[in-house]
Design a binder for this molecule. Structure first.
Ligand code: SAM
Length: 261
């Protein structure tokens, strides 16, 4: 249940040592819209507020030695306890980490169906392992290392927020976008009809909705074959589409071999 069907809004809590990072999420774009519509309750907590020493220390040396510092478990754990107060059973407690499951649209959709999401941003060499033990999810936004979890938390918060019922004006747009049916989205065009001497494909001006749908579906298959053949192998295609996809994948592999030689 959420605000769109008369319940309480979806709640996101961000735990961070850089709370200012999230000011823009509330002030611009999908975050602002969701908050203004009363569909999202967005809270940011400064982990340093949960320290007990004069220096507000959040890091310490790693046991066993080695480079860098590790985030101390006590302040993070107190911040988590506060964010989890009266949390519904299905609350997802997520730690952002390059060691996590790689974030994708399926996971965004899954998180958007909970009622509350707590996102913990790491720094230094990351969090004490005993915090990972109480999390429901470890999530990575890709195979690279950021300096802190804030950009990753912003990515997850954005992808989840736009899926909350009522946030986007045109819910139908969610059904046609990349990854929804295992394919990347077809190319989009808007006015002017001719730009840089390049014209919009005729079919899009034909007014024939059947032909437009067919063209878009074929273009989605072509884009996926060229850019993400890994996705195409798992997509849900008809027999004819599978043949088209196989031809495109064959051409793609041939092109790649030619480029290598
Ligand atoms: N020592 C860690 C490792 O090798 O796995 C990297 C720590 S990184 C410098 C500091 C913090 O940035 C992490 O604790 C995590 O919160 C965040 N972070 C870095 N890369 C990330 C990624 N790809 N996805 C999600 N969070 C990431």
């Amino acid at each position: 249940m959420n605000q769109a069907d008369g319940g309480s809004p979806y709640r996101i809590d961000i735990l961070t040592i850089f709370p200012g990072y999230f000011a823009d999420f509330c002030a611009e774009g999908v975050g602002r819209i969701a908050i203004e519509k009363g569909l999202l309750d967005f809270n940011v907590s400064d982990i340093r507020d949960f320290t007990r020493d004069a220096h507000r220390t959040v890091d310490d040396y790693p046991f066993g030695g080695g480079p860098g510092m590790v985030m101390k478990p006590e302040p993070v754990s107190l911040a988590i306890a506060k964010a989890m107060t009266e949390a519904p059973k299905d609350t997802r407690l997520v730690i952002l980490t390059p060691r996590g499951k790689v974030f994708d649209q399926t996971l965004a959709s899954d998180l958007s169906r909970a009622k509350r999401l707590v996102l913990v941003c790491g720094h230094y060499e990351g969090l004490d392992e005993r915090i990972h033990e109480i999390a429901t999810d470890d999530i990575s936004i890709g195979d690279y290392v950021l300096s802190g979890g804030e950009p990753a938390a912003a990515v997850v918060a954005d992808a989840v927020t736009r899926l909350l019922p009522g946030v986007l004006g045109d819910a139908a747009s969610l059904l046609e976008e990349s990854f929804e049916d295992g394919l990347l989205e077809y190319p989009q065009y808007t006015r002017p009809q001719i730009f840089n001497e390049r014209a919009v494909p005729d079919v899009l001006l034909s007014g024939n909705h059947g032909k437009i749908s067919r063209w878009r579906r074929d273009q989605a298959i072509i884009a996926t074959a060229r850019r993400r053949p890994d996705l195409l192998r798992r997509a849900n295609l008809t027999k004819e589409e599978t043949q088209l996809a196989e031809r495109l994948l064959h051409d793609y592999e041939k092109e790649r071999r030619r480029d290598k030689d």
